[in-house]
Design a protein around this ligand. Structure first.
Ligand code: WQD
Length: 337
């Protein structure tokens, strides 16, 4: 009997790619999404890739009664929780919406796990919890620093809530601290769907290359980095999705060493903004229109992962290159109307 996994935010960018990999690994999948930052079309696109349509429920996880009703209806063997607001800039203008949605929904899910003796919780966290780390590459021993954004704070507080819940109740959990997810599925049937003006680098690059944006603004070239532009660890979204399967299997097999664990999920390689632009131009044989402007408030100089622990404990490592990610991102963009 296949285990049934709930994926909240399962029609989102990382969520949809994780649903595909869960189905590929033989799990049954139930998706909850409130469709506030995606479209129902993604459900059919997932089905086209795997041939199996995930069960879907449109639920607002801020409504406790609806969360309870969901668990009255479905037997769940594990939860991968993506559903959250995630725009760093927006979070500074709407802090209470972010705390209500990102933390309220988390508490309601954990209460159902407690009350129904469910197990195996995977949490979508972020390297943003480290702020500007003192040492690079960033290991899991790096201190969590005061978040620079409300979004980042919801990830930090979320991890603390989960850790406290696993101490008090009978379930175990893993937080995956993502670096920068990029790219699209090789079938180009699913990918990143930013609504409005993209905040993140790669969708802004692909929309500029597609002529939807006049030019890319590079936020600062006066950082203490080799070419002056900020450095990040860009991980292909399919590799990131597979890390969730590895983490879930670790919990199902009771191979965890603590009731609450966290892992840095990146490639281990840092790339500057200019390096990404050059890689995008080379991979896709085009020239990108960009200009250097002032730094963006809240940005850090550099972040890239030490992947030693994740590679060993999850028996997982990245397999796809930045070039592959940038090609898939461009192919995905070309398919958008
Ligand atoms: C990457 C680099 C920018 C846009 C954030 C969150 C993280 C995760 C990913 C949700 C930076 C530069 C960007 C542009 C630019 N969010 N840039 N021009 O800020 O590293 O991470 O998004 O899961 O938690 O913190 O990602 O893609 O916004 O920026 O020069 O138009 O590209 O300054 O150096 P970031 P990003």
């Amino acid at each position: 009997m296949a285990k049934q996994i709930l994926v909240t935010g399962g029609l989102g960018f990382i969520g949809s790619h994780t649903v595909v990999e869960l189905q590929n690994a033989g799990f049954d999948v139930v998706v909850i999404d409130d469709l506030s930052n995606t479209t129902i079309k993604v459900l059919d696109q997932i089905t086209e890739i795997t041939g199996t349509k995930p069960v879907f429920e449109q639920i607002d996880l801020r409504i406790k009664a609806d969360v309870k009703a969901f668990f009255d209806k479905y037997q769940i063997d594990g939860i991968i929780h993506f559903a959250a607001f995630k725009a760093v800039g927006e979070s500074m203008h709407k802090p209470l919406d972010y705390y209500e949605n990102n933390l309220g929904s988390l508490v309601y899910l954990l209460q159902e796990m407690r009350d129904r003796k469910l197990d195996n919780f995977i949490f979508s966290s972020s390297c943003t919890v480290y702020g500007q780390a003192d040492e690079l590459p960033i290991t899991e021993k790096a201190p969590v620093k005061k978040a620079e954004s409300v979004y980042g704070n919801t990830k930090q507080i979320g991890e603390e809530i989960i850790e406290d819940a696993t101490k008090a109740h009978d379930f175990k959990a893993i937080a995956l601290r993502y670096f920068n997810p990029v790219g699209a599925h090789p079938t180009t049937k699913i990918g990143e769907l930013p609504i409005g003006v993209p905040q993140n680098l790669i969708p802004f690059i692909t929309q500029t290359a597609a002529g939807l944006r006049a030019e890319l603004s590079v936020f600062g070239d006066d950082y203490d980095t080799p070419d002056g532009t900020a450095v990040r660890d860009y991980i292909h979204v399919v590799d990131l999705a597979k890390a969730h399967i590895a983490a879930l299997q670790r919990l199902i097999d009771n191979n965890n060493k603590e009731k609450f664990e966290y892992f840095n999920v990146g490639t281990g390689t840092g790339s500057s903004v200019l390096e990404v632009i050059n890689a995008f131009e080379t991979a896709n044989s085009l020239k990108l229109n960009y200009k250097i402007v002032d730094r963006r408030a809240g940005d850090i100089t550099a972040a890239y992962a030490d992947t030693t622990i994740a590679n060993k404990e999850l028996n997982w490592k990245t397999e796809l290159s930045l070039e592959t990610a940038l090609k898939s991102a461009w192919e995905w963009q070309l398919k958008q109307k």
